[in-house]
Ligand binder design. Sequence first.
Ligand SMILES: O[C@@H]1[C@@H](O)[C@H](O[C@@H]2CO[C@@H](O[C@@H]3CO[C@@H](O)[C@H](O)[C@H]3O)[C@H](O)[C@H]2O)OC[C@H]1O
Length: 479
Amino acid sequence: MSSFLRVEGTKLVDGDGLEVILRGAGLGGWMNMENFACGYPGCEHQIRQELAKVIGKEKSEFFFNKFLQYFFEEDDAKFFKSLGLNCIRIAVNYRHFEDDMNPKVLKKEGFKHLDRVIDLCAKYGIYTIIDCHTAPGGQNTDWHSDAGTHIANFWIHKDFQDRLVWLWEQFAEHYKDNKWVAGYNPMNEPTDSEHTRVVALYDRLHDAIRKIDKNHVLFWDGNTFASDFSKFGDAHKNWTNSAYGIHDYSGYGFPAARELYSGTDEQRRRLRRSYEKKRQWMNERGLCVWNGEWGPVYARTEYEGDLTPQINESRYLVLKDQLAIYNKDRLSWSIWLYKDIGFQGMVYVSRETPYMKLLKDFLAKKHRLAADAWGADDTYVRPVYQPLIDFITKEVVPSEEQQHLYPWPVWKLPDRVARISRNILVSEFLLNEWAEHFRGKSEAELDEIAQSFKFANCLKRDGLNKVLTENARMVAESA
Ligand SMILES: O[C@@H]1[C@@H](O)[C@H](O[C@@H]2CO[C@@H](O[C@@H]3CO[C@@H](O)[C@H](O)[C@H]3O)[C@H](O)[C@H]2O)OC[C@H]1O
């Protein structure tokens, strides 16, 4: 490894000017844990608080540290590489590096696992992209920014913005010489309702990082969950060595899809249209595009029963058809996600592990209540929330236009009701129930529970991995 990757026109290239197409995955709920991926309700800072209340701070930190250790180790890197993939996007939570009660004081221990995983990936020839998935105050309206609210306060507090700039200075200083780090993704999925503050912030982040690190590629997500660059204007002219991140989730990959995907001409047209819309701004300017997140979720026999194989075959087809589009464009991408508890991951924690056995009934309850937002099936609770939706549409804001609160159009009214009443409110009441499962556990038991996330204790989603491997083989042969 002799060179940094860089952007040349629409491509990523190595030091010899040879094109490099990054094909890989987001690591998942690791240094930014997520409810559906890790099996808890709400968001990460809430379960950390709750577990500390139930088993004490020391034991709780012990557990989370073990979790971080076992989640990604040598076997994971080896397996990932064996699929023909070459890049892992690592989502990190700012809280590992800075305490809200002690702002702008670096927690050096935050780098312990991040360095370990970056070095492990490097050992196997896998690039990494550092993705700042949460910003102080919350840069978006969803659970994964770990704010615990649907108000993206990051955009209305300069202090929060200053702290993110400071954090990126720390990252840049720490990783500026690391050539296996393909680049930095300074902010995951902003939702700036004014569309201008995000551009001003990117200017600041760019200048701060470039003062320290002239080499790494910067991957800038579009506004509104990395779907919209339409208000970016000529902003790119200020940003050097930059690529632009879209997140190309297709509705066909989710339970709420209007129909099961079977690859009809009309469905393929929709798939392509939704992708092309997201990259239009880059196309018009000849800029480099990176698809930082995409991919379906999968049915599980415990919930979808006999329909599981049929649903999942349809989801694999969505995946294949998306890949066909991306291959034509020689697009770099990062599928969401590598490891979880069995909803979306390439590998997932076996139901026979201590963690999954411990939480079996709780997870079934959480599923029934549709407490997570990601790909939730709301069949059981729809009668509870539909009256609220009807009330808002009939009595509160009868005009459709007034129902279009940002982040519309990604959030329609039912999405908003789901996020606020289920993913935030109901989940709050479930936090203690989750944490109580750990009451009275010794360190040895907590260690054993955390080991559930080890590669050896995970199953592989063969259908998904087969599609990815065959694609890797095909692109390698046609190169
Ligand atoms: O951490 C990730 C997170 O980054 C990701 O965020 C979601 C991305 O998608 C958003 O909705 C989609 C927008 O495009 C439409 O075509 C799809 O149908 C929508 O699902 C969503 O609001 C974001 O939260 O999601 C997964 C997290 O684990």
